[in-house]
Write a protein that binds this ligand. Sequence first.
Ligand code: SF4
Ligand code: SF4
Length: 294
Amino acid sequence: MNLDFHELKKGGFIKQQGRDLFLMRLRTIGGYLTSRDLENIARIAAKYGRGEVHLTTRQGVEIPGVRLEKYQELIAEIKALHLLPGACGPRVRSIVACPGKEICSNGVVDTRAIAGKLDRAFFGRDVPVKLKIAVAGCYNACTKPMENDIGLRGVVYPELAAERCSLCGLCQSICPGGAIKIINDRVSIDKKRCNGDGACIASCPNNAWVMAATGFVVYVGGKMGRNPQLGYKMFDLVPEDDIVPLINSILAVYEEKRKGQERLGDVVRRLGPEVFRELIPYPGRKEVAAGGGN
Ligand code: SF4
Ligand code: SF4
């Protein structure tokens, strides 16, 4: 069989240890698999592999121990079962997302919806070096968006309906950023200290804090590996509908400014995060200190 290993890698069929042995990488969208998917994966792992799977750090599933001669048959079966192949090599990898507000009580944004949009827009796109995207549904950042080339973190900013407030003091005591103060029987919020976690909205017994705006903080340039660095917080409160065009703009600037095989984070660091940010034609930007993480 005359097969190009680089092409196979592109479709998630990756050489592993051992002569003629490969693993088949499948991706998920935001970590979800149906019970039917699980049954099908178990069946093909037994049929083509060695009856086990490996769960990847990017919410994927790998089936190890597949013989090269079974490639065509396996790929046809994966397609027929509507399972999603993963990717390897210099391309946009599978999108990682936490459960977000659909399931997690801390979630302030719909991570599943944005993960689906990002998968359709970017998964598998050829880029100079691997590029990773992660989405977190709140300030806790469980999916570590700042460790990805592009990371999104949901935020919600509150507004006070003062007529409903009974001055119980709960929001002041629970606000993680210490943004809320009650002085002279008045509740006030320091917006610069608000981290957008929505704790006040979720906890006020009188529903006096209401959602004023929701969107995503966008980090750019994070990476792990040999030379780890945290992504730079570049944009705040980006509406869901602006995320795909914004990432397209980031990738266009990356392509224009990169030297050779630099990763996105290397380009951002070399140019300086403020300079890089200024090159992105995103009109809705907010002034956010670019400092790596936060
Ligand atoms: S990042 Fe927030 S919403 Fe997502 S799983 Fe963690 S706590 Fe829940
Ligand atoms: S938790 Fe609600 S009622 Fe209590 S002080 Fe804060 S805004 Fe007022």
